[in-house]
Design a protein around this ligand. Structure first.
Ligand SMILES: *Cc1c(COP(=O)(O)O)cnc(C)c1O
Length: 437
C-alpha cells in the first residue's frame, strides 16, 4: 500500500482556525487575526513536511504566530554595550521631562503652527529657535529631520549650481552611506576639492576661490581621527577668508555638543569662531530626539527656511516637543540629559551597578571601556565596569523580553553597566535568569 501523503492530512486554514484549542484566542483577538496566523502556521508546517519533518502541533504553532503578531516590532532593549549613543539601538534615550512634553503635545492639539496671541498662523520653527539661539549664541536657528537633511538643505539653499570648497581630508562617509560628496552632488552644488587627505592649508582654499564659489564647507571628522603629520586650518581663519570673499562658511559638526563634553567641539565655539552656518544632530551628544539643527546668520538661515526642500525635511511636532523639552534641561543643568549623565557618571557608581548585577546573576565584575558612540569622540575611552557571564547567554538574552544587548569579548559576554541605569539592573538580572531557562 502506498504511504499516505502527509501533506493531504493537514487541515484547511478554516478548520485549523476553528479548532477548539484556538477558541479563546478568537474570542480575544478576533477571527481574522487567528485565520491569518493559521495560514502562516500551515505554510510553515507544509515546508517542514516537504523537508521530511513532522507537521508538529498546529494549534500551538498558530497560537505562537498569534503571539508574535501581537508583539510590536519596535521594542525596548537594554543597552549593555557601553556605547552611549548607539545608532543601532536608537541613539539617545530621552529624559523623562522631554517625554512628558511629547505626551502633553501629542495627546491632543497644540499651537504647532498657530500664534495664540495674534490668533493667526504661526511657524513650527519658532518654538525652539529662542532656546537654540540662547544655547549657541547664533542669530537664528532651523530644525529639520536629521543632520544629513540639515547639510543637504544648507548646500541646496546656499550653493545650488555654485561651487563649494571642501578639504580632501573631510570628504568623509559617516555611516549608512552618508557620503559628503554624494550629498553635495544631490544638493545641486559643485564640489571643489582642495588639499590632501592629511594636510590642507588656508592657502589651498584661497587658491580655489573663484567667481562661482559661494560656500566653504568644513566637516567634522566625527567618526575617525587623523593622527601624525596633519594640518587643517582653524575655523577662525577659514571664517576670515570667507568674510574677505563674501562666502559662507558652513560647518557640519556632526554630533556637536551644547556644553563642553571631552574634546568634542561645541556649537557655541564654532559660532564664536565665525562659522556662518553650523549643523549638528539632535540625537547624538545633545541627547534629544532625531533631528538636524542648523544655527547661524539670520539671512542664511532664512534662505534655508524659504527653500522648497525645507517643507519636505521639516520636523514633526513630536520631535519639536522632545527637542524643546531636552533643550530646556540645559538651562537647569545638563546632567539631567541621560546621554551626558551616562558619560560623566563616576566610575564608582558604574562599578556599584556592575557589582549588584554580578551579585544577582552569579557573574563576575570586569573592567571595560565605554564609548560615546554616534560618531562622536571616536578615540575617547571611558572607564567602565561590566558583569561578565557565560557567552552562551548572549543569544537568549538578545531574544528575551526586554532584549539585553551586551558585547562578546574573548569568549565572554560582558554586560557593560555604564549604559544601564540603576532601575534596569533588576530587569537585566531577571532577563539573565530567564535566559538560563
Ligand atoms: C552623524 C553625522 C551626520 C549625520 O547626522 P544624522 O543626524 O545622523 O543625519 C552628518 N555629518 C557628520 C559629521 C556626522 O557625524
Amino acid at each position: 500500500m502506498a504511504p499516505s501523503n502527509p501533506l493531504r492530512e493537514l487541515p484547511s486554514v478554516d478548520e485549523l482556525a476553528g479548532s477548539p484549542g484556538l477558541e479563546a484566542l478568537v474570542e480575544l483577538h478576533g477571527r481574522p487575526l487567528v485565520v491569518a496566523a493559521a495560514r502562516v502556521a500551515l505554510e510553515r508546517a507544509r515546508e517542514d513536511v516537504k523537508a521530511g519533518f513532522p507537521a508538529g502541533d498546529l494549534v500551538a504553532r498558530t497560537a505562537g504566530e498569534v503571539e508574535a503578531r501581537q508583539r510590536p516590532s519596535l521594542q525596548r532593549v537594554l543597552n549593555a554595550t557601553g556605547v552611549v549613543v548607539h545608532t543601532n539601538l536608537g541613539r539617545a534615550p530621552l529624559a523623562e521631562a522631554a517625554l512628558a512634553r511629547v505626551h502633553e503635545i501629542a495627546v491632543g492639539y497644540s499651537n504647532l503652527e498657530y500664534d495664540v496671541e495674534a490668533g493667526s498662523r504661526g511657524s513650527r520653527q519658532d518654538h525652539v529657535a529662542a532656546l537654540l539661539r540662547e544655547l549657541t549664541g547664533a542669530e537664528a536657528a532651523l530644525v529639520v529631520n536629521n543632520n544629513a537633511a540639515a547639510v543637504l538643505l544648507a548646500l541646496a539653499a546656499l550653493a545650488e549650481r555654485r561651487e563649494v570648497i571642501v578639504s580632501r581630508g573631510e570628504l568623509i562617509e559617516i555611516g549608512d552611506g552618508f557620503r559628503i560628496p554624494d550629498v553635495l552632488a544631490r544638493s545641486g552644488a559643485l564640489l571643489v576639492e582642495v588639499g590632501t587627505t592629511n594636510r590642507t592649508r588656508l592657502a589651498d582654499y584661497e587658491r580655489a576661490v573663484g567667481d562661482r564659489t559661494t560656500v566653504l564647507l568644513r566637516v567634522h571628522q566625527s567618526n575617525f581621527r587623523l593622527v601624525g603629520f596633519t594640518e587643517q586650518p582653524r575655523a577662525r581663519d577659514l571664517a576670515r577668508l570667507a568674510d574677505r570673499h563674501g562666502l559662507a562658511l558652513v560647518e557640519d559638526l556632526g554630533s556637536g555638543a551644547l556644553v563642553e563634553t571631552a574634546d568634542e567641539p561645541t556649537v557655541a565655539a564654532s559660532i564664536e569662531a565665525g562659522a556662518h552656518v553650523v549643523t549638528f544632530s539632535g540625537d547624538k551628544l545633545l541627547g534629544g530626539p532625531q533631528a538636524g539643527i542648523a544655527v547661524g546668520r539670520a539671512d542664511l538661515i532664512e534662505r534655508m527656511r524659504r527653500h522648497p526642500l525645507q517643507r519636505a525635511l521639516r520636523p514633526d511636532k513630536l520631535t519639536l516637543a522632545a527637542l524643546e523639552g531636552t533643550l530646556a534641561l540645559y538651562q537647569a543643568g545638563a546632567d539631567q540629559v541621560p546621554v551626558l549623565r551616562m558619560l560623566t557618571e563616576s566610575d564608582e557608581a558604574v562599578r556599584a551597578r556592575a557589582e549588584r548585577l554580578a551579585e544577582l546573576t552569579g557573574g563576575t565584575v570586569e573592567v571595560t571601556t565605554a564609548r560615546p558612540g554616534g560618531g562622536a569622540l571616536p578615540v575617547t575611552e571611558i572607564a567602565s565596569y561590566a558583569c561578565a557571564l557565560p557567552v552562551e547567554l548572549a543569544e537568549p538574552l538578545r531574544r528575551g523580553e526586554p532584549a539585553v544587548i551586551g558585547i562578546v569579548r574573548e569568549g565572554t559576554l560582558l554586560l557593560d553597566c555604564r549604559t544601564l541605569v540603576d532601575a534596569e539592573v533588576e530587569e537585566a538580572a531577571a532577563a539573565v535568569r530567564a535566559a538560563r531557562g
